[in-house]
Ligand binder design. Structure first.
Ligand SMILES: *[C@@H]1O[C@H](CO)[C@@H](O)[C@H](O)[C@H]1NC(C)=O
Ligand SMILES: *[C@@H]1O[C@H](CO)[C@@H](O)[C@H](O)[C@H]1NC(C)=O
Ligand SMILES: *[C@@H]1O[C@H](CO)[C@@H](O)[C@H](O)[C@H]1NC(C)=O
Ligand SMILES: *[C@@H]1O[C@H](CO)[C@@H](O)[C@H](O)[C@H]1NC(C)=O
Ligand SMILES: *[C@@H]1O[C@H](CO)[C@@H](O)[C@H](O)[C@H]1NC(C)=O
Length: 307
């Protein structure tokens, strides 16, 4: 995800305007998979307007309202396309598991990221944040802050998950400890971009990362990042999937939409999802304390029938 071209913010602001109209003109082709795994009639789904300073943002909220129980919060950070059918689908899946799910906006309502924008241009838009990590962190913190204000949200139990660019984001978010949002217990990155930066020793944010073994995008920094986590005594897990390339969780990247470097991989997707589920149960204290080895069930944890 590194490009060698320098881009000025002024230029980006200019192209941002024309990109908006471009993106609005196109319709995103959604995978049929995006309609499975949840029951829409049980979910509240809303766009939520909020802001980071003067920047207008729009996120997406999903939660199961057949229970009034307070529940943990999962904040999702999109890949470099911004919020699209893929991230919205993931939010519905997390909501179905019994969490308040919120997709955070990084790029603002003024810039509509999307597949209509040429790939090189989309990467340039992400560089605004990779070159200004405090701004990126501020956008993520704004999402966490609005997410914990939503109905039934338990502000003391929050996880942040991110895909690709968003995965690189949650790595930065983890590294903001000790200035991190209260209640953030863990971060999960799927095929994340990786930068290297200092980590406060004994950073308590649990860290879970998934990579395709053949993902050249993160290869150069993967080991170094792991070493930095180990040196800081972070409790982390790294999973690598063989014969797997970048973007392996995205079911729309199949057939002619896949390439040699980005493709869906069902084993990697389902195993990373199951591991994420176990990770969330662990950090949120949802495992059976009487026998923690009995938590294999993937059923939603909210007792929806009795609430
Ligand atoms: C979806 O949820 C609604 C409301 O609880 C229920 O009536 C319906 O049977 C569910 N649909 C499926 C396919 O489970
Ligand atoms: C849950 O949300 C749906 C859709 O917004 C709504 O029709 C339903 O009345 C809500 N149920 C409860 C128990 O609030
Ligand atoms: C959110 O806004 C988008 C763009 O205006 C719209 O297409 C979508 O239907 C909205 N979603 C909800 C749940 O209101
Ligand atoms: C946390 O905030 C303090 C005070 O602003 C700052 O000096 C420190 O560098 C910050 N640490 C991190 C890891 O961001
Ligand atoms: C590492 O962190 C754990 C808690 O996660 C703590 O118990 C242990 O003392 C730490 N080790 C060092 C060397 O600081």
């Amino acid at each position: 995800m590194r490009a060698s071209i320098g881009v000025s913010l002024g230029l980006l602001a200019l192209i941002g305007l024309s990109l908006t109209s471009l993106a609005e003109a196109q319709t995103t082709e959604a995978s049929p998979v995006f309609s499975i795994g949840y029951n829409a009639s049980r979910l509240v789904m809303q766009n939520v307007s909020y802001s980071d300073g003067t920047s207008p943002l729009r996120g997406f909220l999903a939660y199961d309202n057949s229970s009034t129980a307070e529940r943990p919060v999962v904040v999702i950070f999109p890949d470099y396309d911004g919020i699209g059918p893929y991230e919205i689908w993931r939010a519905k899946l997390f909501a179905t598991l019994g969490y308040v799910a919120f997709v955070g906006d990084i790029f603002t309502q003024n810039i509509v990221q999307g597949p209509s924008i040429p790939v090189a241009m989309r990467s340039m838009l992400t560089q605004i944040y990779s070159r200004n990590v405090p701004l990126w962190n501020s956008r993520m913190k704004a999402a966490l802050d609005i997410a914990v204000e939503q109905p039934y949200a338990d502000a003391d139990r929050v996880a942040a998950v991110g895909y690709c660019f968003g995965g690189g984001g949650v790595i930065n978010l983890m590294r903001t400890y000790p200035n991190v949002t209260d209640g953030l217990l863990g971060v999960v990155g799927y095929h994340p971009s990786i930068s290297i930066a200092p980590i406060e020793p004994n950073n308590p944010i649990r860290t879970l990362m998934f990579y395709g073994f053949d993902d050249s995008a993160s290869l150069a920094t993967r080991d170094q990042f792991m070493q930095s986590l180990e040196a800081a005594n972070v409790t982390f897990e790294f999973t690598q999937f063989g014969k797997t390339v970048h973007a392996f969780t995205e079911p729309n990247l199949i057939g002619s939409s896949a390439s040699a470097s980005t493709a869906y991989n069902q084993v990697a997707d389902l195993m990373s999802w199951a591991t994420t589920r176990a990770f969330l149960m662990d950090i949120f204290g949802e495992t059976n304390v009487n026998n923690p080895y009995t938590y294999a069930s993937m059923e939603p944890l909210l007792d929806l029938a009795t609430a």
